[in-house]
Design a protein around this ligand. Structure first.
Ligand SMILES: Nc1ncnc2c1ncn2[C@@H]1O[C@H](COP(=O)(O)OP(=O)(O)OP(=O)(O)O)[C@@H](O)[C@H]1O
Length: 254
């Protein structure tokens, strides 16, 4: 599914937080959103996922204006992995992942074999099958994050929005989760702070600063020394792999 946004504006009181953002993501593409703290990444993701309404502009998912798509239908197509989302405490890992099936179930239908299979596959994907009966509140931060990703996968979405999904994860799971999202047959938009991970796993990157898009393109065209200095206020060396792999950024400490 494609995601297109045109001229999105959103703000709070007199402050504009997302400022005239237009973008387009192709079917199956992985788009990275990067930018300093407070640059508007989470706000933009929430607008794109239909969790809040822009004050002007429109968002289309597969050519349909999401303002006119019923919530339940949208929830069958779109999953959102929020930054440190809270979950009801008195539930098991499996219960949290089962919530992902809600948009697919009718009020009368029971729990189906398809629901069960989707939950089992999602738990396996994030390496949490053995923990399925564990109480949610006893999980570590990284395990919670993986369970939230499993809940989104159980939703069988066509589009996935992820806000800092690698927060709290060890390096193995950071790479596993991003590789999985990239390789799944879905369109994804991911806000990331780790620029090397963004370079490794995103087909394209958009850079936000002060709520505006200030650069957009492939990782090698966007991640330049000048951009890192001007936008992120760091000095860095950037090396391009000879065989055309992702650029690697080495930050300078001096
Ligand atoms: N509901 C709100 N009311 C007031 N200010 C808000 C609201 N939502 C976001 N902001 C402000 O908008 C700016 C952008 O926030 P947002 O969370 O989108 O940034 P971000 O790029 O995701 O930041 P970070 O990298 O720190 O997670 C911030 O300065 C934030 O304080």
């Amino acid at each position: 599914m494609t995601v297109t946004a045109s001229h999105l504006i959103w703000g709070v009181r007199r402050r504009t937080i997302v400022s005239d953002v237009s973008l387009s993501v192709a079917q199956g593409e992985t788009l990275g959103l990067i930018g300093p703290n407070g640059s508007g990444k989470s706000s933009l993701l929430r607008l794109l996922a239909g969790l809040k309404r822009p004050s002007s502009g429109r968002i289309e998912i597969n050519g349909q204006d999401i303002a006119h798509v019923p919530r339940r239908l949208l929830a069958r197509q779109v999953a959102f992995v929020q930054q440190s989302a809270a979950t009801d405490t008195n539930v098991s890992v499996r219960d949290v992942v089962r919530l992902g099936r809600t948009p697919h179930r009718s009020a009368l239908a029971g729990w189906s074999a398809e629901d069960e299979a989707a939950v089992a596959a999602a738990l396996a994907r994030v390496d949490m099958t053995d923990r399925r009966a564990q109480p949610w509140q006893t999980l570590s931060g990284g395990e919670r994050q993986r369970v939230h990703i499993a809940r989104a996968l159980a939703q069988s979405p066509r589009v996935m929005f992820l806000d800092e999904p690698t927060n709290h994860l060890d390096i193995h799971h950071q790479i596993e989760i991003l590789r999985m999202v990239r390789d799944l047959d879905l369109t994804s938009i991911i806000a990331l702070h780790d620029l090397n991970l963004a370079a490794m796993f995103c087909d394209r990157i958009i850079v936000l600063q002060g709520g505006r898009i200030i650069a957009s393109g492939t990782p090698e065209t966007v991640l330049t020394r000048a951009l890192l200095r001007d936008v992120f206020r760091v000095e860095a060396e950037i090396s391009l792999a000879p065989q055309g792999g992702a650029p690697h950024i080495r930050f300078r400490a001096d």
